[in-house]
Design a protein around this ligand. Sequence first.
Ligand code: GRF
Length: 190
Amino acid sequence: KNVAVFASGNGSNFQALVDAVKNSQLEANICLLISDRPGAYAVERARAAGIKTFTFNPKEYFTKEAYEKVIAEKLSGVNIDWLVLAGYMRLIGPVLLSDYEGRIVNIHPSMLPDYPGKDAIGQALAAKVDRTGVTVHYVDEGMDTGPVIAQVEVPIKEWDTAESLHTKIQDVEHRLYPSVLQSLINKQGE
Ligand code: GRF
């Protein structure tokens, strides 16, 4: 299956997917890394891994529809099966949603529907709860609202800081995302 990953930032989840393909833990072809931030470290990771990149600056377009049409064109050129969002800090609009309905997934650092949106880790710490987690879900037009595919809990200890919790959550994410994607690909092939 052909996969395109969308990332705006560091790209550690993108890297985990790339590594999982290399280790034969994920039977997919990561064809393209798409980023709305040309300077994102994820873009550098893609280049290092020999994966094609498409970067764009949303400010150069009048509407989401306009840049998503450009993305849709890039995607159709490589026959993509799955859109995998990994720290992509934008909502997906109707152009991509209609083309890839049921084939767009996202990973979020909380047990959704708890703490959607930005800084889910900070939100969990501020709420003084003793557990949070990671969710992989289908993407719809809302912010972190689509149907949940898989969730893993992460305990919060008294001594946890934003940084330590971030590390724990990312460890879980890096294992969960490749395995969930593999099971989606398996199901699709049935
Ligand atoms: C991850 O925590 C993911 O859950 C959220 O954005 C973060 C991206 O991290 N959607 P990275 O860029 O993959 O390191």
